[in-house]
Write a protein of this length. Sequence first.
Length: 183
Amino acid sequence: MSFYGQRVLPAVRKMRDLELLLKSQFQYLVLLDIHISQLMNIVQLARSSQKKMLIHADLIHGLKNDEYAIEFLCQTIKPAGVISTKSAAIATAKKNNVLAIQRHFLLDTTALETTYKLTEKVKPDFIEVLPGVMPHIIAEMKEQLGIPILAGGLIRTVDEVEQALQAGAVAVTTSRRDIWSHY
């Protein structure tokens, strides 16, 4: 599965960003830092504008990120995808036929090796690697894992987006408006 050629996945942190993106050409959006009471309305608003939401389950305020919470998201909210650092959340999203994106923070070699082990075990649909400004690591992971990679975190320029894409990332997640406007 791809994001229909969408090379940048805008990450929504503020309502004014959502309002802007609902009028944009982007089909897929990433929802971050949201209160649970706003979740249903935001997803319905996005659907009415033909947008597909990828919800970062770890960043929903007021929702514990466990299998029950993911069941709730998948069955009630019905996002296009769930993003989480937790393997159990990813496995639950997969069981519910929702796009499962496992986020990994690559702090050092140990974190990278753990990512390889977890990915082999859980088999998410996508991996999101942070920080995304490591093209050589993206290339290595793509070759080793064979799972599509999203790059996110600390990507500040269009050149950095292009480097991540050239290294093998299928898309870049970013909350930077200047990058959105370029794509």
